[in-house]
Design a protein around this ligand. Structure first.
Ligand code: GDP
Ligand code: IMO
Ligand code: MG
Length: 432
């Protein structure tokens, strides 16, 4: 390594947790660098399915240390629930294995209430947020009025800070949104109990990473969300409030450029999106139902965090090409190839058409992006069940052609290919 970064190449839910679980086997530390419990990362180990929202997916591997980086926003109540759930499943989540950056920010009931109120105030044009308080928590961070996790180690200061914070949120909730007030005393007492529980985990995280790098340890940076949800580079305002792109890993962990070895972009073999905003290759009707599934299978396209049906569409190479430039991917991990088995003709978007003109570049102007029509290449599908195939050369020729088409169109290697949600269902082409 020393540092590999895993980044979602599309709009999130690409299967980052699955790929993280594979690569975590080789890592000493797995660190999340952005987002909060808006993320939902799934790791399937045999019959067990772990849905992680805050804790890096590396926690499932026995020997890795996991770190919640300074770039994250953390709801302490959710984190405590997640720790307890993992412990019930026999996973060690002691402070020896889990580190919370003292510079990460805390999400409160005030942020959550504001998130809901702001969404409701947008009426017919909501962002479609997860309503986990993400936007308001990052807004407070940028406005320099946020609550940092370091406060969890100073109960007296914490109590006063939470009281002042909730009082201010009550003022906003009432004045701007005519919402009921939150109970200042009750919430500040809750935060005292969070402090009691989480205090041993809070540390100055960047120094731990530098020390690990000095000692030749390997760090895996696990991204959350996806490139097109990036606050700067995504489809603003239909984005999240953090930087899920590879640059975000450096800021969100406090490490330098020179330590980066690989940036692995995770892309689904098709596309999905939860929430509002433009989606050029979106499908409706039978093919959308086919890709989404009914919700019967754990991998069907329903949000891991909110349960909302995901919007789905064909693979969009215009988007992926843009993603490649933004993140400087070293290679791609393509997931859910098995979902395409049995589809007679698979479409792949290779350019857009706008006002009669063909465009190969991803337009940043939403009024253009919302109006483009995808130009598709039609590729023949395959019938065989590919979910137990271990080597690329054993895939049906048409499935190989599909992956090679992606690879040659984008001029990048597909090093990992996932054919099912299980730990043994990733073809690692570096081993082939
Ligand atoms: P993340 O947010 O990027 O970690 O992705 P999610 O966990 O939200 O969503 C991906 C879903 O697809 C999860 O249910 C995974 O278990 C599942 N999954 C990942 N890779 C594959 C695959 O290759 N095939 C199938 N069928 N499911 C997969
Ligand atoms: P993982 O890590 C998919 C989307 C929301 C909404 C927008 C803003 O599992 O890939 P927010 O609550 O962040 O303010 O919502 O971002 N979103 C995600 N979509 N996967 C995610 O995470 C997401 N995290 C946020 O649906 O459109
Ligand atoms: Mg997810």
């Amino acid at each position: 390594m020393p540092v590999d970064i895993i980044v979602g190449a599309q709009w999130g839910d690409e299967g980052k947790g699955h790929i993280t679980d594979l690569l975590a086997a080789e890592a000493d530390i797995v660190a999340r660098f952005s987002g909060g419990d808006n993320a939902g990362h799934t790791v399937s180990i045999g019959p067990k399915i772990f849905k992680l929202h805050l804790i890096p997916s590396g926690i499932i591997q026995e020997r890795t240390i996991c770190l919640l980086g300074n770039g994250m926003v953390i709801n302490p109540a959710v984190l405590i629930r997640e720790i307890e759930e993992l412990e019930r499943n026999g996973i060690d989540v002691s402070p020896e294995r889990l580190i919370i950056s003292s510079s990460a920010h805390l999400i409160t009931d005030g942020h959550i209430a504001l998130d809901g109120a702001r969404e409701a105030a947008r009426g017919a044009d909501p962002i479609g947020t997860t309503r986990r308080g993400i936007g308001p928590a990052y807004s407070d961070k940028a406005a320099r009025v946020g609550l940092r996790a370091g406060l969890l180690t100073q109960p007296d200061k914490l109590k006063e800070a939470v009281k002042a914070h909730i009082s201010e949120k009550n003022f906003q909730l009432d004045a701007l949104y005519k919402q009921e007030s939150l109970n200042v005393e009750e919430i500040s007492n809750q935060f005292l109990s969070y402090s009691e529980r989480l205090r041993p985990y809070v540390r100055e995280s960047s120094k731990i990473l530098w020390h690990a790098l000095d000692n030749g340890q390997r760090i895996l940076a696990e991204g959350a969300q996806g490139t097109f949800l990036d606050l700067d580079h995504g489809t603003y305002p239909y984005v999240t409030s953090s930087w899920p792109t590879s640059g975000g890993a450096l800021i969100g962990l406090g490490i330098g450029v020179k330590s980066i070895d690989r940036v692995i972009g995770v892309a689904k073999a098709y596309t999905s999106r939860v929430g509002s905003g433009p989606f050029p290759c979106e499908l409706t009707g039978n093919m959308a139902d086919r890709l989404r599934g009914t919700g019967e299978n754990p991998w069907d396209e329903f949000g891991t965090t909110t349960g909302r049906p995901r919007r789905v569409g064909w693979l969009d190479l215009v988007m992926l090409n843009h993603s490649l430039r933004l993140n400087d991917f070293s290679s791609l991990a393509v997931t859910k190839l098995d979902i395409l088995s049995g589809i007679e003709e698979i479409l792949v978007c290779t350019s857009y058409r706008h006002n009669g003109k063909q465009i190969g570049d991803f337009p940043l102007d939403l009024s253009i992006l919302g109006a483009v029509e995808p130009v598709y290449e039609v590729l023949p599908g395959w019938d065989q069940d590919i979910s137990s195939i271990k080597h690329f050369d054993d895939l049906p020729k048409k499935a190989q052609d599909y992956v090679n088409f992606i690879s040659s169109s984008l001029n990048i290697g597909v090093t990992y290919l996932s054919v099912g949600p299980g730990r043994d269902q990733i073809i690692n082409r570096l081993d082939d």
